[in-house]
Ligand binder design. Structure first.
Ligand code: 3PG
Ligand code: CO
Length: 568
């Protein structure tokens, strides 16, 4: 894996720092753009081509959504998983959303694991399907669920229970009825054909089941109690998922991602679908980060699981749509293979004798390690790498928009002198995590806080001889209002009078390169992320080669071209 020196590029004496402002896109300057509406003097200067202390700053905009990051269509917004994969791989790989679509159209999802799940069903066992129910296409897609139901019925399933997590984070914040309504209708039609299929439980994705990076196992515990135990004593009960949503919406402030858990009951008040011994369970999300913990809860043997008291652990056949953690083998069985990302920037860096440091807070820690490493949690070389995770607050981000940006900055400054990395990969989560709350004022504070931190760490990096590549993985807080066809916000309950937009945007993302020696380089205007007709610019995957070049290394021949070239 040795790389040759890159002609015209010289490794700086300090680190090359890739700083990712999560969820910060380049959208038009409107009253609902938290990036342009916040006071960010440091960032503004960088974007106008002025680096700190007279350093040159090169500025460009990069694609970060759709096919440029391996998603099925240009209409698909980017997300942190595919964004960090692209940044770390320097190439574009087909991602989960696309691979699962392919498995359904070819019929390949009916693998040996599928047959194993179906086996008990002909003896009267129940198939439980569980996951995020929306068309956000970040973690899951409703179309996949119907293909699973149809496929299972074709293969003899007579009793199916569907456990639905409401989204309101990758889609509109109060859109659950648009999803659960048609679902209940469709299941009713299937019931008329003689198959006993019902929604059995659910909850909001940020309250139940979909925790990530062990930020709060309580979420998984609540999900377990609803989906698995059907705990009608401690959890609110309803006659259907639509009934549940209507109940929750009585609180005008309630949004889908924060629904409490619920259990669907029959006329006698009994849960219609607790999970029992011998049943089969399939988790239909394709993205890994928020699927690992619930999968562990299903698969871990008694005595091996310490995160909460599962009370009853049914002996089920469990599988995921994909394998969510390839290193740890979670889950053991899955329907579709994950993208095989090899030879990442991080691996090249380490195997070329350079030190690498990654830092973020809990909510994005796996992004700068696992996702950046091509879906690999383990270090490439224990002695050459340091990963630091600053524990995130557990409170909702609108109440603490500064999150742990200051503490992340402390770690950066500390390890500039202590660990002395050659490559530093940093993620400031604020723009994304606060953007997902829909609170404009908080999102502006989030941006101002990121600016304050950048104004502190970037000069420190440059004063140690370093170089900075500042970018984002996708947009989010650059559009905080849902807009109609006329381009203006739809009316809604936000203090500004509009309806919040909580999901990512499809906007391009900013990219600034500044620091020592940058005056010797210029933007490579011909760099592109592919030869697709939709490809009109470079994308964040082009930053793989850029980072290697800045470290003085020639990029591997299959990497996308760098956005920089040496001046003639
Ligand atoms: C989430 O999981 O919080 C959202 O679905 C996507 O956000 P991320 O891709 O920025 O992590
Ligand atoms: Co996000």
């Amino acid at each position: 894996m040795k790389l040759s020196p890159k002609p015209g590029f010289t490794k700086p004496s300090g680190p090359v720092a890739l700083i990712i402002m999560d969820g910060v896109g380049q959208a038009p300057d409107t009253a609902w753009n938290a990036v342009t509406q916040s006071r960010t003097p440091f960032l503004d200067k960088l974007m106008s081509g002025e680096g700190p202390d007279g350093a040159t700053a090169l500025f460009t905009e990069l694609d970060a959504s759709g096919k440029s990051v391996g998603l099925p269509t240009m209409g698909d917004m980017g997300n942190s998983e595919v964004g960090h994969n692209a940044l770390g791989a320097g190439r574009v790989f087909d991602q989960g959303a696309k691979l699962v679509n392919k498995a359904f159209s070819s019929g390949d999802f009916k693998s040996d694991v599928w047959k194993w799940l179906m086996e008990p069903l002909t003896d009267g066992a129940t198939l439980h399907l569980l996951g995020l129910y929306s068309d956000g296409n970040v973690h899951a897609h409703v179309n996949h669920v119907f293909q699973l139901i149809d496929g299972a019925i074709d293969d003899g399933a007579k009793r199916i229970r569907v456990h639905v997590l409401a989204d309101g984070r990758d889609v509109s914040e109060r859109s659950a009825l648009d999803y659960f309504g048609p679902l209940e209708k469709r299941l009713e039609a299937i019931r008329e054909s003689g198959v006993d299929v019902r929604v059995a439980s659910g909850g909001g994705r940020m309250v139940c089941t979909m925790d990530r990076y062990e930020a709060d196992w309580g979420m998984v515990e609540r999900g377990w109690a609803a989906h698995c135990l059907g705990d009608t004593e401690n959890i609110q009960t309803f006659s259907s998922s639509v009934d549940a949503v209507q109940g929750f919406y009585k609180d005008e402030k309630m949004t889908d991602q924060y629904f409490p858990p619920f259990v669907v009951v029959d006329d006698n008040g009994d849960a219609v679908g607790p999970i029992q011994d011998n049943d089969s369970v399939l988790f239909w999300n394709f993205r890994g980060d928020r699927a690992i913990e619930i999968s562990t809860a299903f698969e871990a043997e008694e005595g091996e699981f310490t995160h909460f008291d599962r009370k009853r652990v049914p002996k089920v056949r469990y599988a995921g749509m994909m394998q969510y953690d390839g290193d740890a083998g979670i889950p053991k069985r899955f329907l579709v293979s994950s993208p095989q990302i090899e030879r990442t920037v991080a691996e090249y860096v380490v195997k070329n004798g350079m030190k690498r440091f990654s830092v973020s807070e809990t909510q994005k820690y796996g992004h700068v390690t696992y996702f950046y490493n091509g879906n690999r949690a383990a270090k490439f070389d224990e002695n050459m790498e340091k990963y630091t995770c600053v524990p995130s607050y557990k409170q909702r981000e609108q109440t603490r928009p500064w999150m742990k940006a200051a503490e992340i900055s402390d770690e950066i400054v500390k390890d500039l002198d202590e660990f002395k990395p050659d490559l530093m990969v940093v993620n400031y989560a604020n723009g994304d995590m606060v953007g997902h709350t829909g609170h404009m004022i908080a999102a502006r504070m989030a941006m101002e806080c990121v600016d304050l931190c950048l104004a502190r760490v970037i000069p420190e990096i440059i004063s140690r001889g370093g170089v900075v590549v500042l970018t984002a993985d996708h947009g989010n807080c650059d559009i905080m209002a849902e807009c109609g066809k006329d381009g203006n916000p739809k009316p809604g309950s936000q203090p500004e009078g509009w309806r919040a937009k909580v999901s990512h945007t499809k906007q391009q993302v900013p990219c600034v390169v500044t620091g020592n020696g940058i005056e010797n380089y210029e933007l490579n205007e011909s760099a592109r992320w592919g030869d697709d007709p939709d490809c009109k610019a470079a994308g964040i995957a082009n930053l793989g080669a850029t980072v290697l070049n800045l470290l003085g290394l020639e990029e591997p021949s299959d990497f996308l071209p760098s956005i920089l070239k040496a001046k003639a």
